[in-house]
Design a protein around this ligand. Structure first.
Ligand SMILES: [Zn+2]
Length: 356
């Protein structure tokens, strides 16, 4: 019950609460959230405390940034639950190989991210964080209110508590294991007829092909691309096949970073994470940046000034939805960034292929 209450509270807060008249007012609110988070982290995470030294918390923008390697290297002293990396890894791997979907240490869920770059990240979430995550996810992605009957098909590499917790009231979730063949998915979709599909773009692309071949006979009313970077060519093909805009979730171990609004524009989830924009120098587009993430919603495995291995392009024009959250035109995955750094060093002119 504790979990459900936290889920509902967060759902209401994200969906119906907090509206800011302008970016400045929003920035002030966000700064307060970050400082509150930093006070907690300074008191509870030995790694961050030592990393920041004596500098006042208000100068947090000058604190050293960390990355995935540092996160994994200092895992034991970074998390605030006293969980050791070896123990967490063992629990997560054992759960995956035995298809036990409840890997836990105490009341902390342990997960392994699928990762877009091949290296996998470990994540820890408490019960409350998990419920809040579900609430945010539902508030941002469900077309109707939470209490409206809805069937959702969730395509995942391996199930985890994190996804299972998104189940409440009239909402029905059906889990589709990515290890199963596509023919099996088509069969089950034709039978179950879910209204919402959440799947990686590679799976959506295969489903679109099955639709064109006539084997897939059902059409959802909302499609959400998750887990992998979406290729614009795939996006166009999927949208055309199903006659629907493609919604997107940009999420990784480091947090729930962006999701699409009702206009299909991807916005940073700046009500749960602060994202600093490290603009790419000398790039063809001045709107490209590397995100440095500070998550002010999670305390078990705090993410403070974490540099991601992705490149985002800010939208050139504001979104008609009027949101104060940054609109994103494109996300390029980890593979792209090495080209940028290399070019920065050599001074080469860069061209971005849309298929990375
Ligand atoms: Zn929008």
């Amino acid at each position: 019950m504790k979990g459900l209450a936290a889920l509902l509270m967060q759902y209401i807060r994200v969906r119906y609460g907090r509206r800011w008249s302008n970016r400045e007012a929003f920035g002030r609110w966000q700064e307060r959230q970050v400082l509150r988070q930093l006070r907690y982290v300074q008191a509870n995470s030995p790694y961050y405390r030592e990393l920041w030294g004596d500098r006042p918390l208000t100068q947090w923008r000058q604190f050293p940034a960390i990355d995935k390697a540092a996160m994994m290297k200092h895992f034991d002293r970074l998390n605030t639950a006293g969980i050791r990396k070896e123990a967490a890894m063992e629990v997560a791997l054992k759960a995956e190989s035995s298809r036990n979907f409840h890997p836990r240490i105490g009341d902390i869920t342990v997960g392994l991210s699928s990762g877009t770059s091949g290296s996998r990240g470990l994540f820890l979430v408490s019960e409350r964080e998990q419920a809040a995550w579900s609430g945010t996810m539902l508030a941002k992605l469900l077309p109707g209110p939470l209490w409206k009957a809805e069937k959702v098909a969730f395509f995942l590499r391996a199930n985890s508590n994190l996804y299972e917790s998104v189940r409440s009231g009239k909402l029905q979730f059906e889990y589709f294991d990515l290890l199963e063949p596509i023919e099996r998915h088509v069969e089950r979709l034709n039978d179950y007829r879910p209204g919402i599909w959440a799947a990686p773009p590679s799976v959506l692309r295969m489903l679109a092909e099955k639709k064109r071949e006539g084997q897939l006979t059902t059409i959802p009313h909302r499609i959400i691309s998750v887990a992998e970077v979406l290729d614009p060519i795939d996006a166009a093909m999927i949208q055309e096949t199903f006659g629907l805009p493609l919604h997107q979730v940009y999420q990784c171990t480091e947090g729930f970073l962006a999701s699409t609004c009702r206009y299909g524009t991807l916005h940073l989830n700046e009500d749960v994470v602060h994202i600093e924009k490290e603009y790419v120098q000398g790039e063809l587009s001045a709107r490209k940046f590397v995100p440095i993430v500070t998550d002010f919603s999670r305390t078990t495995q705090p993410i403070i000034r974490y540099r991601l291995n992705d490149v985002l392009t800010e939208a050139a024009t504001p979104c008609p939805c009027g949101s104060v959250f940054t609109a994103i035109e494109q996300i390029e995955g980890g593979a792209t960034i090495s080209f940028i750094w290399r070019a920065q060093r050599t001074g080469d002119l860069l061209r971005f292929s849309p298929i990375i």
